[in-house]
Design a protein around this ligand. Structure first.
Ligand code: FES
Ligand code: FES
Length: 409
C-alpha cells in the first residue's frame, strides 16, 4: 500500500473487509470507524503512513459473525437499529469500544459518545440505537442473556405489530450487506473506472468541451461527452405531469448546451485506474459563458429572471389552491394581524452512502446498469430514450441502497 493511502481503502480493497463502509470519506460520518490499538479511529482519514507495523486493527468482522452474533449485534437487530444499515458497522464498532470502557453508560453518555466520535445515522433518529446499546450492555453485564434479545414469534403466529426483525438485519449488523461500493470492489479485473467532470457554476452556457489533454493521460481509455450519447441525451421523471408548462425533457444526461446547476455532469473520464480517471477529469477544459445564478426559488421566479430551461417558463407548474371562506373579514375582526414573508431553509437529503453505479453489456448485448434507484421501472423508461437504447435492451438492477430520503429519484 501507499503511505498516503487511507486505512479504509487498504482494509476494503486489499483485505476485503467491506464491513468498513466509506460514506463521507472526510472523517465526518463515522461509517468507517475501526478500533486501532484499542482506540476508535475513522479509517477514511487515517493515512497508512500513520499505521505502524504491528498495529492492531479491529473491524466489525472481529466482533461477531452471522453464525456467532455479539450481543451488540443482537440488540441492534432487536431494536431496529439497522434500517438502511449503512451506518451500522461504524456504530457497532463504536459501541463495542464504549462498552469496553464504560460497561454501564447512561442514555446521555451513549449519545455523547456517538456525538464525540462522530457516528451519524440518517435513518433511525438515534433512539433505537441508544435502546440497543442499553440492552446490549445488560447482556454483557450478565443481567440478561443473548436469548432475551432474540425475537420469538408469538404462539398465535402473528408477526404484525411485533418487533419482527427485518430480513436483512443479520447481514447489515455483520457488514455483509454489500452496498454498491462493496459490489464495485468485486468487479472483474480490467473494469474501467469512471470519474465525472462536474460543473462548478450553477448556470452557464457551454461554449466548448476540450478532452484532448485528458485523453492523453496514460491509462485513460475514453472521455465520454454528450456527443457520445446516442439518444435524446435528456432524462425526465416525476415532472412529466400534463399540468406542467413544458414536456419535462429538460435535464441533460451530459451537459451539451447549458449547465443548469452546480455539479451537473459534463463528461465521464473512463480509465484503467481511479487515479488516472481523476487525473484526466482535472484536464477536461470546459469553456463557459456564465449566466445569472438563481440560488433560490424567489429569484428564479422574479419577473426579470431569464428562462433557465429555454422554452419552459421558470414557473413551470402552478399548484391549484382549494380555498375556504374569504379570510379578509376574519382578519378585519382580529385584534392583532401580523404580516410577513417567510422563507424556510433548504433541507438537504444528506445520505451517508455515496453514489456508486456500474454498467456492462451482457452476453446478449443488453446494457445492464447496477445503481441506486427508488423507481426502477420509471428510471428504465426515462433512461432508455435518453441513451438511445430500446427498453427491452436495457436492464436496471438496484444495488442494496443506503437511505436516500428521496433524492435518488
Ligand atoms: S468518517 Fe470515514 S467515511 Fe465518513
Ligand atoms: S440506518 Fe443509519 S444511516 Fe441508515
Amino acid at each position: 500500500c501507499e503511505p498516503e493511502e487511507s486505512l479504509a481503502n487498504v482494509l476494503r480493497a486489499n483485505l476485503g473487509l467491506t464491513s468498513v463502509k466509506v460514506g463521507c470519506d472526510t472523517g465526518m460520518c463515522g461509517s468507517c470507524t475501526v478500533i486501532k490499538d484499542g482506540k476508535l479511529a475513522r479509517s477514511c482519514s487515517t493515512k497508512m503512513k500513520r499505521v505502524d507495523n504491528g498495529t492492531k486493527i479491529m473491524t466489525l468482522e472481529g466482533i461477531g459473525t452471522p453464525d456467532n452474533l455479539h450481543p451488540i449485534q443482537l440488540a441492534w437487530i432487536a431494536y431496529g437499529g439497522a434500517q438502511c444499515g449503512f451506518c451500522s458497522p461504524g456504530f457497532l464498532v463504536s459501541t463495542y469500544a464504549l462498552l469496553e470502557s464504560n460497561p454501564k453508560p447512561t442514555r446521555d453518555e451513549i449519545r455523547d459518545w456517538f456525538q464525540k466520535n462522530r457516528n451519524a445515522c440518517r435513518c433511525t433518529g438515534y433512539k433505537p440505537l441508544v435502546d440497543a446499546v442499553m440492552a446490549a450492555a445488560e447482556v454483557m453485564r450478565g443481567e440478561k442473556t443473548k436469548d432475551d434479545l432474540i425475537f420469538k414469534i408469538p404462539e398465535d403466529g402473528r408477526i404484525w405489530n411485533t418487533n419482527y426483525p427485518r430480513p436483512s438485519a443479520v447481514a447489515k449488523v455483520t457488514g455483509t450487506w454489500d452496498f454498491g461500493a462493496d459490489v464495485g470492489l468485486r468487479l472483474p479485473p480490467g473494469t474501467l473506472q469512471c470519474e465525472l467532470v462536474q460543473a462548478e457554476v450553477s448556470h452557464a452556457k457551454i461554449l466548448s468541451i476540450d478532452t484532448a489533454a485528458a485523453e492523453a493521460v496514460p491509462g485513460v481509455y475514453k472521455v465520454v461527452t454528450h456527443k457520445d450519447v446516442k439518444g435524446k441525451n435528456r432524462i425526465t421523471g416525476l415532472i412529466t405531469f400534463p399540468t406542467n408548462k413544458g414536456d419535462g425533457w429538460d435535464r441533460p444526461i451530459l451537459c451539451d448546451e447549458k449547465i443548469f446547476q452546480f455539479g451537473d455532469a459534463i463528461a465521464i473520464v473512463c480509465a484503467e485506474t481511479a487515479e488516472a480517471a481523476k487525473a484526466g477529469a482535472k484536464l477536461v477544459k470546459v469553456e463557459i459563458e456564465q449566466l445569472p445564478e438563481y440560488m433560490n426559488a424567489a429569484s428564479a421566479m422574479a419577473d426579470d429572471a431569464m428562462e433557465i430551461h429555454p422554452g419552459t417558463p421558470n414557473v413551470y407548474y402552478t399548484q391549484k389552491i382549494a380555498k375556504g371562506a374569504e379570510t379578509g373579514p376574519i382578519f378585519d375582526k382580529a385584534d392583532v394581524v401580523v404580516e410577513g414573508n417567510y422563507y424556510t431553509q433548504r433541507q438537504p437529503h444528506m445520505p451517508i452512502e455515496p453514489d456508486v453505479g456500474f454498467a456492462y453489456q451482457d452476453d446478449d448485448g443488453k446494457l445492464c446498469i447496477h445503481s441506486k434507484s427508488i423507481g426502477l421501472h420509471l428510471h428504465l423508461y426515462m433512461i432508455a430514450p435518453g441513451l438511445g437504447v430500446e427498453p427491452e435492451n436495457l436492464v436496471l438492477v438496484q444495488n442494496p441502497t443506503g437511505g436516500t430520503f428521496g433524492y435518488k429519484f
